[in-house]
Design a protein around this ligand. Structure first.
Ligand SMILES: [Zn+2]
Ligand SMILES: [Zn+2]
Length: 641
C-alpha cells in the first residue's frame, strides 16, 4: 500500500495509507477525536468522514465543536425537510437543497406551497427528528441513479453534467427516503435539535432566468431550541429595522416597478442624508489633495475591451447599440480614470496622482438577487484611483487607511479587516507582488489592527485589504477596500518618467471609503434603526408650537437662529401630544416645544428622541450645542443629559 502525507491545521504531518478515510485519520490522531468526527475539510472542501483520501492533502477534522458543524447539521435539516415534503406531497420533485449562512433552502417543483403549509411540514419534520433515523451514505452506480430519477429531469441533469464522469455517485439514506448528495451529514436525524421553516420565494433552476421557475423554501436549524429562539429574536429585530420598511416609513427612497428593478429613487429625505455622506468623504479627499474628476455613464465598448472588463464582465454589463456601434454603461469607474491619467505626461515628481469621483455604475445582477438597496442595478461608488510609484505604495496606503479610520470612527461601526494575497493565477512579476504585499503588511502591522490573511484570495491583478462592517445586529457587510492593480496600468500603457529619465509603470490603487453609497446607506439605516446621528438626520429639529398663536415665534426661531440647520415647523392644528408623537415616529433628533411661556421668556423647551426634556433653554444655548454636535458628527443627540 502506498503512503500519503496529510497536513493537519497545526502544520504537523501524518503519514497514512492511501485510501484511509477522514475518520481513519482522526482515529490515528486519537481515539477520542475519531469517535467525535462528523466530517472533514479536505483542501478546503467539506467532505464526508467516510471519504477516502488518495493524495497528499490538508485536512481539518470537523466535530460538534467546529464552526462547520452547523453547516453540516443544516444540510441534514434540508434533507429532513425534503423527506417531510415528499411524505405529505408525494409528487413534489426535489432539485437542490444546500445549507446557507442562515440555515438552508430546498428548491422544489411539482407542488403548490404557501406559508400556510409550514405548520404541517414542520410537524412532519419533528416526527422525522423524533424517530432518530440513521443517516447513511450509500454509493450507487450512475446508471442506477439515472434510473431512480427517471421522472426527475433536474437530478438527471446533475447526473449528466457535474457527475458525467463519475462511475458511482453518493446517496444519503434515512429510513425509506434518499437523496442524491455529496454530503456530509450528521449521523442521525435526531441530532438536529430544532428546525423552523422561514419563507418561500421563486427561484430559477441553476439561477438562470431562461430556465424553469422553482419554489424555494427557506428554513433554518440549530442544535437547540434556545439557539433557535435567539436567532428568531434577532430576525424579528432585523425585520423591524429592515431598510426597505424604514425607507418607506421615513420617506427616504423607493424602487417602484415603473422605473425598473434595482434602480432606486432617492426622495428628498434620503438625498439629504446622501449629500451629507458625500460632503464628508469629499472633505476627507480634499484634505489629502485628491483631484476631483467626472466621467460619463456610457462609453464605447472599445474602452471596456481595453480594460479587460468586456472579456470578464460582459454578462453583467448593459450594452446598447448607437448607430451600429456598441456602447456600454460603466460597470466600474476605473477605466475612465485610467484614461484621464493616460492623457497627461507625468514625471515622478507629479506622483502620486489621486482622482476622486462619486461615480455611478451599472451592473446587471440577476433580477431574483435584487433586494432593496443591498443589491441593485445602479449604484454609486465613492471611488478613488491613485497612480503611484511602486516604492511609495506603503505611504499612500497609509493615507487611505487614515481616511478609512475616519469613516469607521465617525459612524462607530465595528469592523473586520482582511489582507488578500496573490492567487495562483496572476499578472505581474514576483518582484512587484512581493514588494506590494510586504508594504500592505507593514501598513496593517503599523496600524495595530487585528487582521486576517486570506492567502490566495487577492485579485489576479493585485493584493488587497478588505474591510467589512459589523452592524448593531452583528451582521457583516462589505465595506471599504484598498486594491492594488498591476494590470490596468499595463493595459492602458500608463507611464511616468522616473528620476533615471526612463519610462516606468505606475501602480494603480483603487480605493473606496464607504464602498457603495447604496450598501452603506442600507447599513446605516438598519444599524441606527432610522435614528440617524443629528448631522445626518434629514430633519434635525422640529419646532412644535403649542397653539397656532405661537407659529410666528416658531418662524422667528427658525429663521433667525437655526437657518443653518434642517428645521421644520409642525403647523398642523394638532394637540401637543400628537405633535410630539409624530416627531418621535419620524425620528427627529430634537423637538423644540414653544408655547406662550417660552415666547414671553424668549426660550424653548427641548425634547430629544429619548423623551428627555429640558425647559426654559435659551435659544442661543441650544443653537451653540447643535452646532457642536453636528460639526463633531456626534452619534446621539446629547443636549439633554
Ligand atoms: Zn444533500
Ligand atoms: Zn477602480
Amino acid at each position: 500500500m502506498s503512503q500519503i502525507v496529510v497536513t493537519l491545521p497545526d502544520g504537523s504531518e501524518l503519514d497514512v495509507e492511501a485510501g484511509s478515510s477522514v475518520e481513519d485519520v482522526a482515529y490515528e490522531i486519537g481515539p477520542g477525536l475519531g469517535s467525535d468526527t462528523i466530517a472533514g475539510i479536505v483542501d478546503g472542501e467539506l467532505t464526508d468522514k467516510d471519504e477516502p483520501l488518495y493524495e497528499d492533502c490538508e485536512l481539518v477534522i470537523v466535530t460538534e465543536q467546529s464552526e462547520e458543524y452547523l453547516q453540516v447539521l443544516r444540510h441534514s435539516a434540508a434533507h429532513i425537510f425534503a423527506q417531510a415534503l415528499q411524505r405529505l406531497h408525494p409528487d413534489a420533485k426535489l432539485t437542490i437543497g444546500p445549507p446557507t449562512d442562515e440555515g438552508f433552502y430546498y428548491d422544489v417543483t411539482g407542488v403548490e406551497l404557501s406559508e400556510s403549509d409550514f405548520e404541517a411540514l414542520e410537524s412532519e419534520m419533528e416526527a422525522i427528528i423524533d424517530a432518530d433515523y440513521e443517516i447513511e451514505r450509500v454509493e450507487r452506480s450512475r446508471d442506477e441513479a439515472l434510473e431512480l430519477y427517471a421522472d426527475n429531469e433536474y437530478k438527471r441533469e446533475i447526473l449528466e453534467t457535474e457527475a458525467a464522469d463519475e462511475e458511482t455517485v453518493s446517496f444519503y439514506v434515512q429510513n425509506d427516503w434518499q437523496d442524491l448528495c455529496r454530503g456530509p451529514h450528521v449521523d442521525s436525524t435526531g441530532e438536529v435539535g430544532a428546525v423552523k421553516l422561514l419563507s418561500i420565494a421563486a427561484a430559477y433552476w441553476r439561477g438562470d432566468e431562461d430556465n424553469d421557475t422553482l419554489t424555494r423554501v427557506y428554513g433554518t436549524a440549530f442544535e437547540s431550541e434556545a439557539d433557535l429562539e435567539a436567532y428568531l429574536d434577532r430576525r424579528e429585530q432585523a425585520k423591524e429595522r429592515d431598510h426597505r420598511k424604514l425607507g418607506r416609513e421615513l420617506d427616504l427612497f423607493s424602487i417602484p416597478d415603473v422605473t425598473g428593478p434595482g434602480l432606486p429613487l432617492y426622495h428628498p429625505n434620503g438625498k439629504a442624508i446622501l449629500r451629507e455622506l458625500e460632503a464628508f468623504v469629499d472633505g476627507l479627499n480634499d484634505a489629502q489633495d485628491y483631484d476631483f474628476v467626472e466621467t460619463p455613464h456610457l462609453f464605447r465598448t472599445e474602452l471596456w475591451k481595453q480594460s479587460g472588463h468586456y472579456e470578464n464582465y460582459v454578462d453583467d454589463m448593459f450594452l446598447l447599440d448607437v448607430n451600429d456601434e456598441e456602447y456600454g454603461l460603466k460597470p466600474m469607474n476605473c477605466p475612465g480614470h485610467a484614461t484621464i491619467f493616460q492623457q497627461g505626461s507625468w514625471s515622478y515628481r507629479d506622483l502620486p496622482i489621486r482622482y476622486a469621483e462619486n461615480g455611478k455604475v451599472y451592473r446587471k445582477e440577476q433580477r431574483g438577487e435584487l433586494s432593496g438597496l443591498s443589491r441593485v442595478w445602479a449604484f454609486t461608488i465613492d471611488d478613488g484611483h491613485l497612480f503611484v510609484q511602486p516604492e511609495s505604495i506603503e505611504r499612500e496606503v497609509n493615507v487611505v487607511m487614515d481616511q478609512i479610520n475616519a469613516v469607521l470612527e465617525t459612524f462607530d461601526l465595528d469592523y473586520d479587516v482582511a489582507l488578500a494575497t496573490r492567487p495562483e493565477k496572476s499578472v505581474g512579476s514576483d518582484g512587484i507582488w512581493e514588494q506590494a504585499e510586504s508594504q500592505l503588511r507593514d501598513v496593517l502591522e503599523a496600524s495595530g489592527m487585528d487582521y486576517d490573511v486570506e492567502a490566495g484570495d487577492g485579485a489576479f491583478y493585485g493584493p488587497k485589504i478588505d474591510f467589512s462592517f459589523r452592524d448593531a445586529l452583528g451582521r457583516n457587510w462589505d465595506g471599504p477596500t484598498v486594491q492594488l492593480d498591476f494590470n490596468m496600468p499595463e493595459r492602458f500603457d500608463l507611464s511616468y518618467t522616473g528620476e533615471d529619465n526612463e519610462e516606468h509603470q505606475p501602480v494603480m490603487i483603487h480605493r473606496a471609503l464607504y464602498g457603495s453609497y447604496e450598501r452603506f446607506f442600507m447599513v446605516l439605516i438598519e444599524h441606527f434603526d432610522g435614528n440617524f446621528p443629528t448631522w445626518l438626520a434629514p430633519e434635525q429639529v422640529r419646532i412644535l408650537p403649542v397653539s397656532d398663536d405661537n407659529i410666528g415665534y416658531a418662524k422667528q426661531l427658525k429663521n433667525r437662529y437655526l437657518g443653518d440647520f434642517r428645521v421644520e415647523i409642525e403647523d398642523r392644528s394638532w394637540t401637543v401630544g400628537k405633535k410630539i408623537q409624530t416627531a418621535h415616529d419620524d425620528r427627529v433628533p430634537y423637538m423644540l416645544v414653544v408655547g406662550d411661556n417660552e415666547e414671553e421668556a424668549g426660550t424653548v423647551s427641548v425634547r430629544d428622541r429619548f423623551e428627555e426634556e429640558a425647559k426654559d433653554v435659551g435659544i442661543e444655548t441650544f443653537r451653540a450645542h447643535l452646532e457642536g454636535e453636528v460639526d463633531e458628527k456626534r452619534i446621539e443627540p446629547d443636549f439633554v443629559e
